[in-house]
Design a protein around this ligand. Structure first.
Ligand code: CA
Length: 223
């Protein structure tokens, strides 16, 4: 799940980025409003976290432009205490939620989880494919009742595969949602991580869940 954060207070922005990365999200951080908007329009994010007061373009204008372009990605607005009326305008303009600064990071993370859950329409809280069960809230992954320990990136990759189970996912789709913009698409990193996942999820089991679709990418499915 990939998140765009547009926040001009360097400390706050870096704090959010680090916290989200620790939860396995891929995060792009921009301090400039116009540059952030450019990224929001060019990239298929799963969530936007947008501060209201930004250099070169306000969070409100970013939000309005994004919605005018028919991008339905959930948007979480960050606002200062003094901008209560702006929050109402933000919700009216198509924001999905708002958070007043200063905020507790746990609250931000809880709201991010809720928005991403809502954004992926009709996706239940707990994801299941065959006997593979994934709980995004507790970050527990089990197969056949056996607990599986994953690294942050493996976890992010598995979540993306499970949220789109039964669909062919190309390498560009995977890199766009699981890695951030610093990712070099010419490496075989995706294949390497899929193999890590395979080792943990499919190895030694009769039924394989991760399938290679020759010439296209990967698919997670029960048969
Ligand atoms: Ca600001």
């Amino acid at each position: 799940m990939r998140v765009l954060v547009i926040e001009d207070e360097t400390k706050v922005g870096c704090f959010i980025k680090r916290a989200l990365e620790e939860e396995s999200y891929a995060v792009d951080l921009y301090e400039d409003g116009a540059k952030g908007l450019e990224m929001a329009l060019a990239t298929n994010y799963d969530l936007l976290v947008v501060d209201l007061m930004l250099p070169s373009m306000s969070g409100m204008d970013i939000l309005k432009t994004v919605r005018r372009e028919r991008i339905q990605t959930p948007v979480l607005i960050l606002s200062a205490q003094s901008q209560i009326d702006q929050r109402v305008k933000g919700l009216d303009a198509g924001a999905d939620d708002y958070l007043t600064k200063p905020f507790a990071i746990d609250e931000l993370l809880a709201r991010v989880r809720a928005l991403i859950r809502r954004g992926a329409t009709e996706t239940p809280g707990i994801l299941q494919v065959d006997d593979l069960i994934f709980n995004p809230a507790t970050r527990d992954v089990t197969r056949g009742g056996q607990r599986i320990d994953l690294t942050l990136k493996e976890y992010a990759l598995l979540e993306y595969l499970m949220r789109h189970a039964g669909r062919v996912l190309t390498r560009p789709m995977i890199s766009e949602h699981v890695w951030n913009q610093d990712f070099d698409t010419f490496t075989n990193v995706i294949d390497v991580y899929v193999n890590y996942l395979r080792n943990k999820i499919d190895r030694g089991r009769a039924k394989k869940l991760i399938h290679t679709i020759r010439g296209s990418g990967y698919m997670l499915k029960a048969d």
